[in-house]
Design a protein. Structure first.
Lengths: 176, 106
């Protein structure tokens, strides 16, 4: 199936087409939300929510952007939503010790080469301190290999904004 | 020392290069379909007492409006006949006359 036929089939409620869509985009979505959330359970939950949203909103997809861009946009939005929920939960956490324990846990991305594990963990830790849009732009660029133009489409911002969003995290990481 | 630090920073920033994609968890599709089938259309259910209260409020409003209209109409008729005993009889709705007739106060 080419993309337009797949979209038509999805709009018609074809579950086989939806299964195809999930199999094609599952890894991409899961890796995006995993890098953003830095937790495999949260990532699985966000990936599921992403595809549920795709299934429910496919009729509103106008085809202005590529389907993958649209799915990335939903995935990033679901991940950021989960991050916001998590930070609210942290604020409500009863003991400071528990909050410190949650923050202290380093994230080891399973896809990072062995020799880079420690440095990548430091980088992921530094990313936690960034505003969500910078975190999203940096992650999409570094882990998903998206171009600035693609990131601009996913985050619905201008190209120059993407450049500044990606340069700023580099500076922040150097400082930290 | 500074060069070493710079090199370390650069290596840290580039530590994600060559990142391998992790396969999505097994059974993702099944979990998604379970979630989709679990989502039911939202129904707005009004509780009995609230519905009765709303109906009573509406009836009271209609009743008060009706009463005001009739009562005001009777008063107006009386005041019209008092003010202009020999004047022309308009014979229309007094409420309408009050709002749309040229005012004599000004």
């Amino acid at each position: 199936l080419d993309e337009s036929s797949l979209i038509q089939a999805l709009k018609g409620g074809d579950t086989t087409a939806f299964a195809t869509l999930v199999s094609v985009h599952a890894d991409r979505v899961y890796n995006t939300v995993l890098s953003l959330l830095q937790n495999s359970e949260d990532a699985e939950d966000a990936a599921q929510e992403t595809f549920v949203a795709v299934y429910q909103n496919i009729k509103t997809f106008r085809g202005d952007a590529q389907l993958s861009t649209w799915i990335y946009r939903i995935a990033v939005s679901k991940a950021l939503e989960a991050l916001r929920k998590k930070s609210r939960r942290k604020e409500r956490t009863a003991t400071e010790d528990e909050a410190a324990r949650i923050e202290a846990a380093p994230f080891h991305h399973p896809g990072v080469a062995l020799q880079n594990k420690e440095r990548a963990a430091i980088l992921f830790r530094a990313l936690q301190t960034l505003p969500h849009n910078q975190r999203a732009a940096f992650t999409l660029h570094k882990t998903e290999g998206l171009s600035y133009a693609e990131i601009a489409q996913v985050l619905d911002v201008s190209l120059s904004s993407v450049e500044s969003l990606i340069i700023a995290p580099g500076r922040a990481c150097k400082k930290s | 020392m500074q060069d070493e630090q710079k090199a370390w920073i650069e290596e840290t920033l580039t530590s994600l290069e060559g990142l391998q994609r992790v396969p999505a968890p097994a059974g993702l599709y099944v979990h998604i379909m379970t979630r989709i089938s679990a989502v039911k259309p939202k129904r707005v259910a009004l509780r009995g007492p609230i519905m009765w209260l709303a109906a009573a409020g509406f009836l009271l409003l209609v009743g008060l409006n009706g009463y005001a209209l009739l009562h005001h109409g009777a008063d107006k008729e009386l005041s019209h006949s008092d003010a202009r005993p020999d004047g022309p009889q308009r014979g229309g709705n007094p409420l309408v006359e009050e709002y749309f007739a040229p005012t004599s106060i000004l």
